[in-house]
Design a protein around this ligand. Structure first.
Ligand SMILES: NC(=O)c1ccc[n+]([C@@H]2O[C@H](COP(=O)([O-])OP(=O)(O)OC[C@H]3O[C@@H](n4cnc5c(N)ncnc54)[C@H](O)[C@@H]3O)[C@@H](O)[C@H]2O)c1
Length: 407
């Protein structure tokens, strides 16, 4: 394998401290680490992990390695890569290729270096590795037993390929498991997005009008927590059922342009390119904060914002002001990157504990059962979802009743 790409090797101890902290707070993964160490389900297998590369992802990679796999790790978004965590993984002897702030070309190079391990299993987040395995690195796909996809955006890409009969291996849709979207998308995004906006701006959310664009699982969580912080929440949706659901939950619902005129904060969480574009920027109030919680840095058209700006000023770490021709200053948080990961620490450890337990168990399932699977998309088996839920309850010291038989 290639030498690791590590930009700050001197930060290994800091990265290790972060990994130690999440390990303490990820009890389900800790239990799986113990089981994997005994059972070695990945012996002889090579695994690529390509998820936002921070401490929790590093711990997932270490759990897979504890199961006997050779692991190569890379980041799914250069804005979210933590260089100290990369340094810690390097010091621990894993293959690791990532750098915070890498260009998109460099990111693809790093992914390609990781793929040179010739993976049997891929743990992907957003679908970029799966796409490479169907494009410039398609020569490797014959060895791939399967992939596990973490997020909504990657699920949609895999489903598109599957419906065109263009998937060269099975893909497990982790995001579609109940223990994923009910915890991660709702509560993880809900908490960490506002943590990131508050840390970056040091402003209050109580009393502010916040427009949330997209009332899917993530938008629902962001709305819930914004309301809990005392904000007045507006929902913008394009799906009538979701919009009606938002209204029945007590939120104001209106078209985006109207919301932009009224809002102090506009948050995108649609998974759709250019959700916020020129017309929306031009409608926004002076002082409006703009942030994105969707996977890719494309929901806010930052190029257009830069083009229309008559003045630009760095305000704080992760906050840049753009002066619109109207004179209104608009403040972009996190440069349009996924804000909770780019400007904070991502989802809390206990949340990623359930998501990554699904990943680890689904990766093991692929190794054990790949011969029974076709090239296509698969839901996480119900028994894995239930197992993770039981482990979650146990970690919270909660017991529940057995169902009562009707007959
Ligand atoms: N920030 C995080 O930590 C995090 C966590 C999980 C998922 N994600 C990402 O967040 C995005 C959303 O995920 P989700 O699980 O909520 O998806 P989802 O499909 O449940 O919800 C997206 C919603 O956006 C709506 N929408 C689409 N275009 C719109 C537009 N122009 N205006 C208004 N609404 C629009 C859709 O109707 C849908 O209801 C994806 O990119 C996903 O990968 C981010």
């Amino acid at each position: 394998m290639h030498p690791n790409i590590v930009s700050s090797p001197e930060k290994a101890a800091e990265g290790q401290q972060k990994i130690d902290w999440v390990r303490r707070n990820m009890p389900i993964l800790r239990q799986l680490e113990t089981e994997f160490r005994q059972q070695r389900p990945f012996t002889g297998k090579r695994v690529v992990v390509c998820v936002h590369l921070e401490a929790k992802t590093a711990y997932l990679a270490l759990v897979i390695a504890a199961g006997g796999a050779s692991v190569a790790v890379t980041g799914s978004n250069p804005g979210s890569t933590k260089d100290d965590v990369v340094a810690a993984l390097d010091a621990l002897g894993l293959h690791v290729y990532a750098r915070h702030g890498a260009t998109l070309e460099e990111m693809e190079e790093h992914m390609s270096l990781a793929l040179d391990i010739r993976p049997h299993v891929v743990i992907d987040d957003g679908g970029d590795i799966v796409e490479l395995l169907h494009g410039s690195r398609s020569e490797l796909s014959a060895d791939v037993l399967g992939a596990c996809e973490e997020t909504t955006t990657g699920v949609l890409r895999a489903q598109d390929r599957a419906s065109a009969n263009e998937l060269d291996f099975p893909v497990m849709l982790i995001n579609e498991a109940q223990c994923k979207y009910l915890f991660d998308n709702v509560h993880g995004t809900g908490q960490s997005v506002w943590d990131a906006v508050m840390r970056s701006t040091n402003l209050v959310l109580a009393g502010k009008t916040i427009a949330i664009v997209g009332f899917g699982w993530c938008g629902r969580g962001c709305a819930l927590r914004a309301a809990g912080l005392g904000a007045k929440v507006i929902i913008c949706e394009v799906d009538a059922v979701k919009a009606a659901d938002a209204a029945m939950n007590g939120y104001q619902v209106m078209p985006l342009l109207e919301a932009c005129r009224k809002s102090d904060v506009v948050l995108t969480v649609t998974g759709v390119r250019n959700t916020i574009d020129r017309a929306q920027f031009e409608a926004m109030k002076d002082g409006a904060l703009i942030a994105n919680a969707g996977h890719f840095r494309n929901e806010i058209n930052v190029d257009t914002l830069q083009d229309l700006a008559v003045d630009v000023a760095a305000m704080r770490d992760n906050v840049v002001g753009y002066k619109a021709p109207s004179g209104a200053w608009l403040y972009l948080v996190g440069d349009g990157n996924i804000v909770n990961i780019a400007c904070a620490d991502g989802h809390p450890a206990e949340i990623m504990d359930t998501s990554f337990a699904l990943q680890a168990l689904s990766a093991r399932y692929l190794v054990e059962f790949h011969e029974t699977l076709e090239n296509g998309v698969y839901h996480v088996p119900e028994e894995i979802d239930q197992q993770v839920a039981r482990m979650k309850l146990a970690s919270m010291n909660i017991s529940i009743d057995q169902p009562v038989k009707n007959s």
